[in-house]
Design a protein around this ligand. Structure first.
Ligand SMILES: Cc1cc2nc3c(=O)[nH]c(=O)nc-3n(C[C@H](O)[C@H](O)[C@H](O)COP(=O)(O)O)c2cc1C
Length: 197
């Protein structure tokens, strides 16, 4: 079997999944996902990531916080936005209602050492997120990188942490039909890459 092709296929076919169908995820698969996360590169191999795996009652508490979250955009954006579409709030919680597992990813180094803005640990943490997204996809599950501030704040509240939450990953079984919320086409290679001889 050509592993390179299989791996590239996983990269090329991963998409953000926002519509899920019910179904559990065994603990072994959650561990595989986390193991993919910890194999990411990080500056000085400091492994800045911390993963909080939310299920059951904690997930229900998270949902309750999200349902009551203020989803208004910041003032400067609010000036340009007349009405918040109802779907925005729905979008915030709908995935979380169905998935069995939510992984909250924290950049722990910035938190613990009170460093000045240090991009390295943040980048390492982001690399772990992409590894996990690809692992989730290759195991047949779906997820989406959620970085919308009210979601990150709700995660901090339910976990009682004050650190830098980089993203929230709902992990579940992809629904057969995915609604298109965003334009996810890619810019052509010629636009984003420059070649030198
Ligand atoms: C830092 C970051 C934050 C994101 N935040 C959100 C979010 O809050 N809600 C959401 O639905 N998607 C979010 N996304 C997912 C992007 O919208 C998505 O990756 C992009 O539209 C490309 O689509 P694809 O992942 O299906 O290829 C985020 C992605 C990144 C990298």
């Amino acid at each position: 079997m050509d592993h390179r092709k299989t791996f590239l296929e996983a990269i090329m076919t991963r998409r953000s999944i926002r519509d899920f169908k019910p179904g559990d995820i065994p603990a072994e698969d959650v561990e595989k996902i986390l193991r993919a996360g910890i194999m990411a590169p990080s500056p000085g191999n400091r492994q800045p990531w911390r993963f909080h795996v939310i299920r059951g009652n904690t997930k229900e508490k998270f949902l309750t916080i999200l349902k009551n979250a203020n989803v208004m955009p910041p003032a400067e954006i609010a000036k340009t936005v007349k009405t918040i579409p109802l779907s925005w709030r729905r979008l915030l919680i709908k995935g979380m209602e169905t998935v069995p597992v939510v992984i909250v990813v924290e950049n722990s180094i910035l938190t613990k050492k009170k460093e000045h803005i240090s991009v390295g640990p943040l980048l390492g943490t982001a690399a772990s997120v992409e590894n996990m997204l690809l692992a989730i996809h290759s195991l047949g599950y779906g997820s989406v990188w959620l970085g919308f501030l009210p979601i990150l704040e709700a995660a901090k509240r339910v976990l009682g942490i004050s650190g830098e939450v980089v993203c929230v990953l709902p992990v579940g079984h992809p629904a057969d039909h995915q609604n298109e919320y965003f334009n996810r086409s890619r810019k052509p290679i010629e636009e984003v890459a420059t070649f030198y001889d």
